[in-house]
Design a protein around this ligand. Structure first.
Ligand code: GLN
Length: 454
């Protein structure tokens, strides 16, 4: 995989940092266990992985795709990283991402764009475009992403790979640099459903260092993926979300999705249409809640504690250094969100914006609850379009936000959802994703359906 990275990453630019020495040392340690006849730490021991650069890694740079964290080297590993290392997984390096995970194309990285291996002139999705591109370009068989509004599932969809957003609290956020704390969730990315399940069981589980971590066992996703692979979905009720169609959806995406639903039916699933009337309000609610939380979380980048410091040689005050550093260190999208969030949280506007958005969030959670009284899983396209050309939406933030139309409700409700490849669009020959959603802590349902479909 290191050879493959050296060969192809100059064209793809999935990686911000390749940890050659660390990867070889981790791989050798597994080899030594095998040679000595010792049991290996997990089924994934020795398997290489690409890690989104939003998780802290001891002694290895962590930038979150931002200039403000250039050259920052964390003193500790995120819990997820510790679990990967303990499982013998070989971390190859850190992958490119939209700055602080804000974006849907990886074009908001301060360190250049990542190219979609299917067509180098197109985006690999975002914010975790580096991780999905690394999988699609065969630079790594496993990757880690984070999904606040779709940043695992949308990149998976547009690169023809698998991406899973676990139940909120199912994977520790300790050492995951915070964007929107009530939404952020790390999760597995892979090229097959079973690989994602194996990785899910390695990274999941309770962590006392994360106060929102769920104190419950990881759902039995590996068994579910194996069961699903038998291809029998008799007795499984599948709901097609009516609201996820309409003017923003490409015809090629809708027809690939309809073919996928036909396959589920052929495998024995009972398919019904379901209405979730508040899902249409997910996007505006998310784009108030996420910026509000980000405006608070990103206050910690104050030029004193981490990374970049600008202007402290000229007798400037601490406030001036802070302001100069944030001006130089944050990109346009991050600044836009800090301003929107600060506005939405200010007294006088709080009830009108943030308060309303939180009410919408509750209504969306109720839509899910009502739907899951009648069906086992919900399905939809993962994204309204296939991978769009690099540059197409950079000047139109709302068009960029629309990439998240189908993914955001699960984030707002805290429920699990995944994207599995659903063939190619007949319009442009690019990958389409099938999204499968389940109730909280019922990940096994979506893994079973996705594995059967795959
Ligand atoms: N595209 C969404 C955003 O820009 C999703 C981000 C994410 O899931 N990290 O906020």
């Amino acid at each position: 995989h290191l050879d493959r990275i050296a060969q192809i990453d100059p064209a793809v630019h999935a990686f911000l940092h390749v940890d050659t020495d660390g990867a070889l040392a981790a791989a050798r340690a597994v080899d030594e266990d095998v040679a000595a006849g010792r049991p290996v730490a997990s089924p994934l021991a020795g398997v290489p992985l690409a890690l989104k650069d939003v998780f802290t890694t001891e002694g290895i740079p962590t930038t979150c795709g931002s200039r403000i964290l250039q050259n920052w080297v964390p003193p500790y590993d995120a819990t997820l990283v510790r679990k990967l290392r303990e499982a013998g997984v070989v971390v190859l390096g850190k992958t490119n991402m939209d700055e602080f995970a804000m974006g849907s194309s990886t074009e908001n990285s301060a360190y250049g764009v990542t190219h979609n291996p299917w067509d180098l002139d197109r985006i690999p999705g975002g914010s975790g475009g580096g991780s999905s591109a690394a999988l699609a370009a065969f630079e790594a068989p496993l990757a880690i992403g984070t999904d606040t509004g779709g940043s695992i599932r949308q990149p998976a969809s547009v690169t023809g790979t698998v991406g899973v957003k676990p139940t909120y609290g199912g994977v520790s956020r300790y050492g995951l640099v915070a964007f929107s704390s009530s939404l952020d969730q790390g999760g597995p990315c892979a090229r097959t459903v079973l690989d994602a399940a194996l990785l899910h069981e390695v990274i999941g589980g309770h962590d006392p260092l994360d106060s929102t971590s769920i104190d419950a066992p990881v759902p039995p996703v590996v068994a579910a993926a194996r069961e699903g692979a038998a291809g029998d979905l008799r007795g499984v009720r599948v709901g097609v979300v009516r609201e996820f169609s309409g003017e923003w959806y490409q015809a090629g995406v809708i027809s690939a999705f309809n073919r996928a639903v036909d396959v589920l039916r052929e495998l024995g699933a009972e398919v019904v249409e379901v209405s979730c009337p508040h899902f249409d309000y997910g996007l505006p609610a998310y784009y108030l809640i996420a910026p509000s939380e980000c405006s608070s979380n990103l206050a910690r980048f104050d030029a004193m504690r981490y990374g970049l410091r600008v202007g402290d040689e000229n007798g400037n005050s601490a406030e001036q250094v802070m302001s100069l550093t944030r001006e130089a260190g944050f990109g346009a999208e991050v600044k836009r969100r800090i301003m929107i969030g600060t506005y939405a949280l200010s007294s006088g506007y709080y009830d009108a914006y943030y308060g309303q958005a939180q009410k919408v969030r509750t209504l969306i959670a109720r839509d899910f609850a009502a739907a899951f009284e009648n069906v086992d899983v919900l399905v939809s396209p993962t994204t309204p379009t296939t991978a769009f050309p690099i540059g197409e939406r950079v000047d139109d933030p709302v068009a960029m936000y629309r990439a998240d139309l189908c993914t955001i409700p699960a984030n707002l409700a805290g429920t699990p959802a995944m994207s599995v490849p659903a063939g190619l669009s007949e319009q442009d020959g690019l990958p389409v994703g099938l999204q499968v959603m389940a109730p909280a802590l019922q990940e096994q349902r979506m893994y079973r359906v996705a594995a059967a479909y795959e």
